[in-house]
Write a protein that binds this ligand. Structure first.
Ligand SMILES: [Zn+2]
Length: 173
């Protein structure tokens, strides 16, 4: 995977010195990579780019002086680079979204746990008592509106001495 990427980068840098259109596409791809790729991947890409630019100054693979239009090879290489970067970036985007949802859900569970404690104290309830939704959620209750899991999990309030749970795996206090 990294070898293929390095090879494609080498070609893209050569081409982009001779074609303004490819240069522009290259810059868009790099900007996308800076936004989405993991820091370690980015470092690799930047190193490859610097290395290949130096290599390109010594020797050019095709030797043409000037070309204005895209060739099929150029387009295929650009599409290949975009595909590879997407493959690198998309799992990171998904991971970041899941992690944010989990954090929000855990904050909800903490709020529910606090509300249970408040309810038990105010109503003089014991460890085994289980509050209903109406006991802890409402305009005059500890939480004004019942929170919802961002991943569509369902909350189980449970007894006072137990931690509330969410049906989504990993969403746990
Ligand atoms: Zn959840």
């Amino acid at each position: 995977m990294e070898d293929i990427l390095a090879e494609l980068f080498r070609h893209l840098v050569f081409i982009s010195e001779e074609s303004a259109g490819v240069r522009a596409a290259f810059e868009i791809v790099l900007a996308a990579a800076r936004t989405y790729a993991a820091p370690s991947t980015l470092e690799q890409l930047e190193q490859m780019t610097v290395m290949t630019i130096f290599a390109g100054n010594r020797k050019r693979p095709w030797g043409q002086k000037h070309r204005a239009a895209f060739t099929l090879i150029e387009i295929m290489i650009v599409v290949g680079i975009i595909g590879l970067l997407m493959a690198v970036a998309i799992p990171n985007i998904t991971k970041a979204r899941k992690s944010a949802q989990r954090t929000a859900c855990i904050a909800n569970l903490k709020a529910i746990e606090g509300a249970k404690g408040y309810w038990a104290l105010e109503m003089k309830k014991g460890d085994a008592d289980v509050p209903t939704d109406a006991d802890i959620f409402g305009p005059d209750k500890a939480i004004a509106q019942k929170p919802a899991c961002p991943s569509n999990g369902t909350y189980d309030i449970k007894a006072v001495s137990e931690k509330p749970t969410c049906t989504v795996p990993d969403h746990a206090l």
